[in-house]
Design a protein. Structure first.
Length: 194
C-alpha cells in the first residue's frame, strides 16, 4: 500500500527537528523561551531603574543577571541548533528580496540578544558585584575591578536595550503582517500550528 508505519519515538524525533516547511518543537520552544526572557529582563531593568539602593534592588539585580546568563546560554544553543538545522524554506519563497531582509533582521536580532547579556556581564564583572547564576554558583571574576570599563559597558548595555525594543517590535509587526496581510503560514509555523 505504500504506507510507512513509524514508532512513536520516531514521530517524536521528527517533531523535534525542523523540516524544509516547518519549525520543529525545539526551534519553537527556543524561540518563545528567548522572547519571554527578553520581556522579563527588559521589565526588570525598567523596574530597577526606579528602585532605591538596598536589599530588594540587589536581589532583583541578581535575578536579572541570572536570567541574562540563561538568555545567553539559550541563544548559543539556539544558534548552534540553527547552524546544524539550517532555516526552513520561507513561507513565500518567491519574495526573495523580503526573505533576504527577513534573514538579515533575524541575524541582527540574534547579535543584539548576544551583545546585551555580554555587555551586562562585562559591566558587572568589571564592577564590585558578582555575576550569580540562580544561587547555584557565581561566574568567575575574569576582569577584576575596573571602574572605567564598568561605566563604559553599563552605558553600552543601556543603549543596546533601547535599540532592541524597536527591532523586536518590527519583528512582531512583520509576523502579524505575514498572518493578516499576506495570509501565509509564517506565524502559524512559529506557534506549531502548521
Amino acid at each position: 500500500m505504500g504506507v510507512i508505519y513509524k514508532t512513536s519515538s520516531e514521530r517524536i524525533h521528527m517533531q523535534l527537528k525542523d523540516t524544509t516547511e516547518t519549525f520543529g518543537l525545539s526551534s519553537i520552544l527556543l524561540h518563545w523561551a528567548t522572547a519571554l526572557l527578553i520581556i522579563a529582563l527588559f521589565t526588570m531593568g525598567q523596574v530597577m531603574e526606579g528602585m532605591p539602593r538596598g536589599f530588594e534592588k540587589s536581589e532583583l539585580m541578581d535575578l536579572h543577571k541570572s536570567l541574562g546568563m540563561l538568555l545567553l546560554i539559550l541563544v548559543f544553543i539556539r544558534l548552534t541548533w540553527r547552524l546544524f538545522q539550517g532555516f526552513p524554506q520561507a513561507a513565500n519563497p518567491s519574495a526573495t528580496f523580503l526573505n533576504m531582509i527577513s534573514r538579515l533582521w533575524h541575524w541582527a536580532l540574534l547579535i543584539m540578544i548576544i551583545a546585551i547579556p555580554v555587555t551586562g556581564f562585562i559591566s558587572s564583572d568589571a564592577g564590585f558585584s558578582d555575576v550569580p547564576f540562580f544561587g547555584l554558583f557565581t561566574f568567575p571574576d575574569i576582569l577584576g575591578f575596573d571602574h572605567e570599563l564598568h561605566e563604559q559597558f553599563e552605558d553600552i548595555h543601556g543603549v543596546l536595550t533601547k535599540i532592541i525594543i524597536p527591532l523586536v517590535l518590527i519583528h512582531v509587526l512583520a509576523a502579524f503582517k505575514h498572518h493578516f496581510w499576506d495570509k501565509d503560514t509564517t506565524l502559524k509555523r512559529m506557534v506549531g500550528m502548521n
